[in-house]
Design a protein around this ligand. Structure first.
Ligand SMILES: Nc1ncnc2c1ncn2[C@@H]1O[C@H](COP(=O)(O)OP(=O)(O)OP(=O)(O)O)[C@@H](O)[C@H]1O
Ligand SMILES: [Mg+2]
Length: 335
């Protein structure tokens, strides 16, 4: 298995009337072929801005990508997504990289039938004829579990229930058999049963199409159940990266430990949303000059208030951005 995406030192800032918002201050991560990468972190930590930066979906201005690269190893030579022209990225977006958002209503075009939206994507990216596209769209609707797909083909998004709309958006996202799916809180608005069905669907599609998935969520239970690796974000940086079992059993960054401290048990049932932890996140209008977590951290020392910690290897697939080694010795999440 190789890397399908390598993001290095991504810096994105918003130039607003109030000043410069340091939304991403050097985000780095890799995505392996065929893996599910969970992304967690408090509200405002930069999860969505990271993915929007890669897909050129940020409002510009005020957003500006001011550094970094994002190498996509699709077919042939790797390309830097950040350097692509509008035409080039729109060939990749929706074709090679699909995306699913929380709010299907805003992602789907309200005045175009579901079938037409999927067909147009197939025509645009894969060069299907209109009749091929219609046939394939109906297959896709059926594939994602929409009953009576032939009739549903001609429905508008508002005629679908929330769960069905999410399925339709997934059909659209996987229509061109993309290499990568980026899902940003895709199940937050749904009730628990529908959420479980959508997760199952994405897991099945991921296996059958051998896609890589980036799954952003506030729900640590979801991450534990489906991700291979997890990225923990805090104040526009990645503070810890680990295989899911290492993250839960041996969290290394004090921020991750606090997040998991709020999680009763990894194997218990129900949903576990990230609980808020003491203190507020830093004001992103200030340029980071020291560890951004220092003043909420129980272990902070002078150094933490003066310098930005670099990412440190805990093991070959486990990194944390902290000066100290805070492996949790006692296994609080023991089954
Ligand atoms: N249009 C904008 N103008 C100014 N700042 C913005 C804008 N969009 C996002 N930001 C800032 O960028 C930072 C990262 O935001 P982002 O939306 O990526 O957070 P998130 O981790 O996705 O949070 P959530 O869990 O709430 O979705 C935040 O500080 C946010 O205030
Ligand atoms: Mg977000």
């Amino acid at each position: 298995m190789g890397k399908i995406l390598e993001v290095k030192d991504l810096i994105t800032r918003f130039h607003t009337f109030d000043g410069v918002v340091h939304a991403l201050s050097g985000v780095s991560f890799d995505l392996e072929e065929g893996e599910i990468l969970g992304v967690v972190g408090e509200s405002g930590s930069g999860k969505s801005v990271t993915m929007m930066s890669l897909l050129h979906l940020l409002p510009s201005p005020p957003a500006r990508i001011e550094g970094g690269r994002a190498l996509y190893h699709g077919d042939g030579e790797p390309v830097d997504l950040l350097q692509l022209s509008k035409a080039e990225i729109s060939r990749i977006r929706g074709g090679k990289i699909g995306f699913i958002f929380q709010d299907a209503l805003s992602a789907l075009n309200p005045v175009m039938t579901i079938g037409k939206q999927i067909s147009e994507t197939l025509i645009q990216h894969l060069g299907h004829t209109a009749s091929q596209a219609k046939k394939r769209s109906i297959q896709l609707l059926e594939y994602v579990g929409i009953p009576e797909p032939e009739q549903r083909f001609s429905c508008y998004p508002h005629q679908f229930s929330g769960g069905m709309r999410q399925r339709a958006m997934i059909a659209l996202a996987v229509a061109c058999e993309p290499k990568i799916i980026i899902a940003d809180e895709p199940t937050t608005a749904l009730d628990v049963t529908v959420q479980a069905q959508i997760i199952e669907l994405v897991q099945r599609l991921q296996k059958e199409m051998n896609m890589s998935v980036i799954w952003i969520t506030h729900d640590l239970g979801v991450v534990a159940g489906m991700a291979d690796r997890v990225l923990v974000m805090y104040a526009g940086t990645v503070v810890e990266t680990a295989r899911v079992e290492d993250l839960y059993y041996r969290p290394s960054h004090p921020y991750t430990q606090k997040l998991l401290g709020a999680l009763p048990r990894m194997d218990s049932t129900g949903r576990h949303r990230l609980e808020s932890i003491d203190g507020a996140p830093p004001d992103m209008l200030f340029k980071p000059a020291h560890c951004q977590f220092a003043w909420r951290c129980d272990h902070a020392e002078k150094k933490c208030m003066k310098e930005i910690p670099k990412e440190r290897e805990i093991s070959s697939c486990h990194q944390a951005a902290c000066f100290f080694d805070f492996h949790k010795k006692e296994d609080v999440h023991e089954r």
